[in-house]
Design a protein around this ligand. Structure first.
Ligand SMILES: [Zn+2]
Length: 140
């Protein structure tokens, strides 16, 4: 089992890394940022076409935010620049995702999410009510 210790705990340090709280922040950011590829890959395999799920953008935003804070702590200009502006497309994609989701209508009969402008549910054929806009009252 010495080889295991040498692999994960070389020099008495976990993975040979000199750990401190900011290293935990940076590595957490790395893991979250890296995990988004598996989320996107899984969604694409499941649908059989290229899909970017909303979780991908949340993981991108959270992971890059942690990496940016680590880069700011390190005062590394190259690393800071790499993550300073990536939040802009992430937030933009989250906004577009939200608008798109709000434009869709859930069927009151079967709960199926139907496309914008649909007048009848494609699953059960029930007539659909127009989507409620943010700020509009439910009672109408
Ligand atoms: Zn329906």
């Amino acid at each position: 089992m010495d080889w295991l210790t040498n692999l994960f705990w070389p020099g008495g340090k976990f993975l040979g890394i000199e750990w401190h709280p900011w290293k935990v922040v940076g590595w957490t950011g790395n893991l979250i940022f890296f995990s988004r590829f598996f989320v996107q890959w899984w969604a694409t395999e499941r649908r059989g076409r290229v899909v970017v799920p909303v979780t991908f953008w949340w993981l991108s935003l959270l992971g890059s935010g942690l990496l940016l804070s680590y880069a700011l702590f390190r005062r590394d200009s190259v690393f800071i620049f790499a993550y300073a502006f990536t939040w802009i497309p992430y937030i933009r994609n989250l906004v577009i995702h939200r608008r798109h989701a709000q434009a869709h209508t859930d069927c009151s009969q079967c709960g199926t999410t139907c496309p914008p402008q649909a007048r009848f549910c494609h699953a059960c054929g029930s007539p659909l009510k127009p989507p409620t806009r943010p700020g509009a009252t439910a009672a109408g």
